[in-house]
Design a protein around this ligand. Sequence first.
Ligand code: ZN
Ligand code: FE
Length: 256
Amino acid sequence: MLTLRPLPALSDNYIWTLAGADGRCIVVDPGEAAPVEAAAAEGLRPVAILLTHHHPDHIGGAARLRERFAIPCHAPVDPRIDCASHRVGEGDVIAIPELGTAFTTIEVHGHTSSHVAFHGAGVVFCGDTLFSLGCGRMFEGTPAQMLASLDRLAALPGATSVCCGHEYTLANAAFASRVDPDNADLQAAIARARQARERGKPSLPTTIADECASNPFLRVDTAAVRAAITDHEGAPPASRADAFAALRRWKDGFRA
Ligand code: ZN
Ligand code: FE
């Protein structure tokens, strides 16, 4: 039995840990070392670090943790990540024998040019590609690339736990509601997130099935989201990628 636990870090990041009964765990995207060191003082024992992309809020604590615990650090091929011990790309499997499990690397470019996700043990660590009720900004990719990346994640088994890099769910909720106001699954997802946050808990993980039912960025093929995009643009999108691009642009300029 493995236990997922997000460690809040920086302003709104989560450092994800997945631990066995004995506390041995992987650490995903440690933007700072202190929250992991604090958890280690209470029994968590890091055995590997996984990094999804090069942004400082995801890797800032990795060099220190790698040295402190003498553990491997798996990261995509990118010179901007200099603390890696092992490089991974599409389809590469990272075995974690201490947890009796393994993670497959999925290249999900778009937020950055080398962003990856890790899928295994019924969980996907998706960094800043997929958020609950939203998706990452396209800093280094095209809409077609980002859409292809989200398609890859959406195709994972519905029960897969979605572990995103940030607590953005409620921040994303207003835009999602504007785009897809009649979606009862979306309103239920927002209600769940609100309840969790009011109790001081993370709104994550969600599941792939939840996101497919509620996240407008995974629903550009639905009649409701297409109609909203058409209404906002004044003309129907010429392609899926155009629909996605219009939706992302709309959100970039959206103020609740
Ligand atoms: Zn990022
Ligand atoms: Fe981030």
